[in-house]
Design a protein around this ligand. Structure first.
Ligand code: ACO
Length: 429
């Protein structure tokens, strides 16, 4: 049986049957509801797109009430435990797990595209000494489009594949160089003998040693963090990638828009805020007073709550475990004690229970990044490197989706109309 919605327009008394498909109605069907032929049809007002589906997607599934996150149908818990970031990147982009042959070819391709043109290095060196690494990453990602002008041919599948490989391969190089720039240290070239994440750590931290090999537990923990951030369906930055990509621009420009969106504090910056909060609390004795302040509405408990997850954020559970692995190598961050106690107290407190507020992915990730000795400005760069395969999977889906059009929302116009213009010479006389 086809499902439908009957709408009665009380302005005209007319009734309309609107088909329901996949739990949605088509906005264009509402557009048919009009008072007369002269006025525009009914539209939906939805700032922030909180209840508007912009696409059909088979990349990522989230059930916020049940705390479920799946990439291409595979639960995040299983991927984090048993897979690698590059295998997950393959899964997101291709829609299926790779055979051994496909996996090896994919890893080989990515590994051998980690170098960037020397001119990229030159212009990165032109940034101010204190340039924010996200600004550098955004600019250099966009600039790659000028090095690969053929990337504009987005209708060619082989060409799209090549640009996706390049981007996944080069993001760690750009991110690491942005980090080295801020430190006034020489840029380190990729080491193709190392794994994806091992090479990234080498480009970040190598000094005079001939080879830099990070502790495998740290490599695994960072690789897991990349997996956890690899996609999250239609979030702000993915929507930016899709929106810009819908103009059929090259993928470097579309992903640069995603990096820009992630730069904003409401999206990529919460883990930094968690660290600042923990430092301010300072010791376990101060937690009860802090919680009282949160309950009185003075401030928020950063790293708690999520727009979608209302029972638990599955990524937070995995990160908590990764914390233990990292601190085994680096020594415990004293802030961890405060974080754990804060979590325990909050989870037992009626205020948080009633509002379904649980730790989100950012509650522990900042602590891990700090243990790696990343400055807070780098946290979002790490997020961007992890999110790149997700952005590309979504972009690839967009450009092959025949239903997609250039993104162009409607507005409700609230300004003046038909004013008479007086030339400046008369207005200022
Ligand atoms: N601390 C204290 N109270 C909170 C918190 C919090 N962290 N989050 C929500 N609340 C309260 C609100 O005050 C509100 O209470 P009320 O009903 O008495 O007014 C209620 O819970 C619902 O809050 P909303 O703001 O409506 O929830 P929403 O879903 O819009 O917000 C958000 C989600 C923005 C993540 C929010 O929980 C928050 O600000 N958390 C802290 C920041 C944070 O950790 N952000 C990272 C999110 S994960 C990510 O982006 C990768």
């Amino acid at each position: 049986m086809t499902e439908s919605l009957t709408v009665r327009d009380n302005r005209t008394g007319q009734e309309y049957d609107v088909p329901i498909t996949d739990g949605t109605i088509r906005a264009a069907d509402l557009g048919k509801i009009k008072t007369d032929d002269e006025t525009p049809g009914l539209a939906v007002y939805d700032p922030g797109f909180v209840n508007t589906a912009s696409c059909r997607s088979s990349v990522t599934y989230i059930d916020g009430d049940k705390g479920i996150l799946e990439y291409r149908g595979y639960p995040i818990e299983q991927l984090a435990e048993h897979s690698s970031f590059l295998e997950v990147a393959y899964l997101l982009i291709h829609g299926h797990l790779p055979s051994e042959e496909e996996h090896d070819a994919w890893v080989h391709e990515i590994t051998y595209h980690t170098f960037v043109h020397e001119n990229v290095k030159t212009f990165m060196q032109g940034f101010r000494y204190d340039a924010h690494p996200m600004g550098m990453l955004m600019a250099s990602t966009g600039a790659l489009s000028t090095f690969y002008p053929e990337s504009r041919d987005i209708s060619d599948e082989q060409n799209r594949h090549m640009q996706m490989v390049r981007m996944i391969a080069k993001m760690p190089t750009l991110g690491a160089w942005a980090f080295r720039h801020a430190q006034g240290k020489p840029y380190v070239y990729p080491d193709n003998d190392l794994s994806y994440t091992g090479n990234f750590l080498s480009m970040l931290f190598k000094m005079s040693e001939s080879k830099f090999e990070a502790d495998p537990r740290l490599v695994k923990a960072l690789d897991t963090l990349f997996i956890l951030h690899a996609d999250h369906e239609q979030n702000c930055s993915t929507n930016a990638v899709r929106s810009v990509g819908s103009s059929q621009v090259d993928p470097y420009s579309a992903v640069a828009a995603g990096v820009g969106a992630l730069y904003g504090p409401l999206h990529g910056g919460a883990n930094e805020a968690v660290l600042r909060m923990l430092k301010r609390i300072g010791s376990k004795e101060n937690i009860p007073a802090f919680i009282e302040g949160v309950k009185a509405g003075n401030e928020r408990l950063m790293g708690f709550g999520h727009r979608v997850y209302k029972n638990f954020d599955p990524r937070a559970t995995i990160i908590k475990k990764a914390c233990d692995d990292v601190f085994e190598v680096t020594g415990v961050n004293p802030l961890l004690e405060i974080a754990k106690e804060l979590e325990k107290i909050a989870l037992e407190d009626e205020y948080f229970v009633k509002r379904k507020l649980y730790p989100n992915v950012d509650f522990y990730s900042g602590l891990i990044y700090e243990a790696f000795q990343f400055p807070p400005e780098m946290f979002t760069v790490l997020f961007a490197i992890g999110r790149t395969p997700g952005w590309l999977a979504q972009w690839s889906e967009l450009v092959t989706d025949k239903e997609q059009k250039i993104a162009r929302p409607k507005q409700i116009y609230t300004g003046d109309r038909t004013l008479q213009f007086t030339p400046a010479s008369q207005r200022w006389a």
